[in-house]
Design a protein around this ligand. Structure first.
Ligand SMILES: NC(=O)c1ccc[n+]([C@@H]2O[C@H](COP(=O)([O-])OP(=O)(O)OC[C@H]3O[C@@H](n4cnc5c(N)ncnc54)[C@H](OP(=O)(O)O)[C@@H]3O)[C@@H](O)[C@H]2O)c1
Length: 259
């Protein structure tokens, strides 16, 4: 398979790194020349990567092309290009809706939105795909989990989850700082927290029938210290505040998709 990329930045770099770690290296890649440093670096690290002369040369050389420019550049970049009806475009541009991309890339008739994450470089995490497309699922399925969605509203709602990473790390940072304030050496505290939360991350797959409410209950022994922290944070409306923030992100994502 030959796969083109318009935009060679952080996410392109992560996807190409993931693809090139797959046994047999089944995908040859054609990169647009910008960002020149990222493109040259990828081409020097892996076989079967070519840097095209310009964006149009990527389109002319490939049937399947990932659109990986920043949202604010997308309108200008895409309107300058000539697409073919038989192009299959995979848009990674988070805030442009399926309809907007289709409008900017006519007459290309097959457009898929995909939302991978940088951890795809290590073939971890999950990619949301809309509308379902077997070829895109097969491509990203080799690089982690694939979640196919049937509507743009479902895609937008799932996208909100990706706004919670920094808060997750701040949560761990708060625990880590507390340990340091109680004279636990930096590295020891970090290692302990990282190991525990990695193990907790496996809990949903080891108990596939338990929803998160049940997992929280399982870990909150009655009268125990987990129940104490959970109840104290709940009483301070920490989880309501989180849900309100998710509402705010959802409004922002939905509004961006609708413009
Ligand atoms: N990073 C993430 O975690 C993530 C996750 C999900 C979705 N996304 C989406 O993926 C897209 C790419 O994100 P990113 O993080 O990879 O951004 P990025 O690192 O800023 O990469 C964007 C790339 O586009 C290049 N570019 C700018 N103008 C161009 C043009 N006219 N023609 C071709 N390339 C051009 C930029 O080059 P210069 O550096 O020279 O300007 C840069 O290399 C965005 O739309 C974003 O919404 C990103």
């Amino acid at each position: 398979m030959k796969l083109g990329f318009i935009g060679a930045g952080a996410l392109t770099s992560a996807i190409v790194t993931g693809l090139k770690s797959v046994d047999g290296d089944p995908v040859s890649v054609v990169l647009s020349p910008r960002n020149a440093e990222v493109a040259a670096n990828l081409a020097s690290r892996y076989p079967n990567i070519r840097v095209a002369a310009d964006n149009q040369a990527v389109l002319d050389d490939c049937d399947t092309v990932m659109l990986a420019v920043r949202p604010q550049n997308a309108g200008q970049v895409l309107t300058e290009l000539k697409f073919r009806r038989d192009h299959h475009l995979i848009s990674l541009i988070a805030t442009l809706s399926h309809e907007e991309i289709t409008g900017l890339t006519a007459p290309a008739s097959r457009v898929t939105k995909a939302l991978p994450m940088p951890m795809i470089a290590r073939r971890l995490g999950a990619t949301i795909i809309y509308p379902p497309d077997p070829d895109v699922s097969a491509l990203f399925g080799g690089l982690g989990k694939v979640i196919e969605v049937e509507s743009s509203s479902e895609f937008d709602a799932l996208s909100v989850v990706t706004a919670t990473y920094a808060t997750y790390f701040k949560y761990l940072d708060t625990i880590h700082r507390w340990l340091k304030a109680h004279d636990v050496p930096d590295t020891k505290g970090r290692d302990y927290i990282a190991a525990l939360f990695m193990a907790l991350g496996h809990a949903p797959e080891t108990a596939p029938d338990a929803d998160f409410t049940h997992l929280a209950q399982d870990y909150a022994t009655r009268g125990g210290i987990n129940e104490q922290v959970l109840n104290e944070l709940a009483a301070r409306n920490v989880f309501d505040a989180l849900a309100e923030s998710l509402d705010g992100v959802h409004r922002r994502i939905s509004a961006a998709g609708a413009t």
